[in-house]
Write a protein that binds this ligand. Structure first.
Ligand code: E4P
Length: 216
C-alpha cells in the first residue's frame, strides 16, 4: 500500500520524506490556503521533495476552466496529479485531462456510483473521504470496501486512495480492505510507528548495554 502525506506544510513534508517512506503528497485548497505560499510555488517545492504523485486541485467549477487550470498545473512537474472534484463538470474535465495522459485524482467521493463514474472518466486515483462520512454517522470504511471490491470485479485500473484519514485505525482498516493508497496527515504518520512497548523495550536494552561497557 502506498502512503501519501495529506499536507501543504513544506517543513513537515521535508522532514517525513527523509524516511524514504512517503510515496506522494495530496493537497487541497484549504491546506494550500493555510500554507501562506503562492500555489505554484507550493506545488513546485513539494514536487521537489517527493518523486511520487503530488495532487494539486483545480478551483474552477466549470469543465473548460478546470481543464485549462489542470494543464497549467501539470506543466509544473511530471509528478503533478491534477485533482478535480467529483461533479458533472469535474468528470468531464477528468475525461479530457486523462486523454492527454495527465494524472487525475478525482476527489470528494462519497458513493460507489460516483467512484464508478470517475473510473469511466479515466481517473488515475479516486479519493473516497472516510473521515467526513464517519463524521455524519455513516461508515467510511464500508465505502472503501465497496469500491475496492467493485473495481476488482471489473478489473478497473483506477487506484483507490483512502482520504480524510483521521487516525491510525483508519489506516489499519484501509490496508486490510485493500485500498491502494492512504493519504494521511503528518500526525497520523507518527501514530503508525509510535508504540509504548517499543519505547520501554528500547530504554531497557539501552540501560543494560550501557551498564555492560560493550561496544559495536
Ligand atoms: C484528500 O485529498 C483531502 O485533502 C483530505 O484527505 C481531506 O481530509 P479532511 O476531511 O480531514 O479535511
Amino acid at each position: 500500500m502506498m502512503i501519501f502525506l495529506d499536507s501543504a506544510d513544506i517543513k513537515e513534508i521535508e522532514e517525513l520524506a527523509t524516511t524514504g517512506l512517503i510515496d506522494g503528497v495530496t493537497t487541497n485548497p484549504s491546506l494550500a490556503a493555510a500554507s501562506g505560499m503562492s500555489f505554484s510555488e507550493l506545488i513546485t517545492q513539494i514536487t521537489k521533495l517527493v518523486t511520487g504523485p503530488v495532487s494539486a486541485e483545480v478551483t474552477a467549477l466549470d469543465a473548460p476552466t478546470m481543464i485549462a487550470q489542470g494543464r497549467k498545473l501539470a506543466k509544473i512537474a511530471s509528478n503533478v496529479t491534477v485533482k478535480v472534484p467529483l461533479t458533472f463538470e469535474g468528470l468531464k474535465a477528468c475525461k479530457v485531462l486523462a486523454s492527454e495522459d495527465i494524472l487525475v485524482n478525482v476527489t470528494l467521493c462519497f458513493s460507489l456510483n460516483q467512484a464508478i463514474l470517475a473510473a469511466k472518466a479515466g481517473a488515475t486515483f479516486i479519493s473516497p473521504f472516510v473521515g467526513r462520512l464517519d463524521d455524519c454517522g455513516a461508515d467510511g470504511m464500508n465505502l472503501i470496501e465497496d469500491i475496492v471490491n467493485t473495481y476488482e470485479k471489473y478489473e478497473i485500473d483506477t487506484l483507490v486512495l483512502a482520504a480524510s484519514i483521521r487516525h491510525s485505525q483508519h489506516v489499519y482498516e484501509a490496508a486490510r480492505l485493500g485500498a491502494d493508497v492512504v493519504t494521511i496527515p503528518g500526525k497520523v504518520f507518527r501514530q503508525l510507528y509510535n508504540h509504548p512497548l517499543t519505547d520501554s523495550g528500547l530504554a531497557a536494552f539501552m540501560k543494560d548495554w550501557q551498564k555492560s561497557g560493550l561496544k559495536i
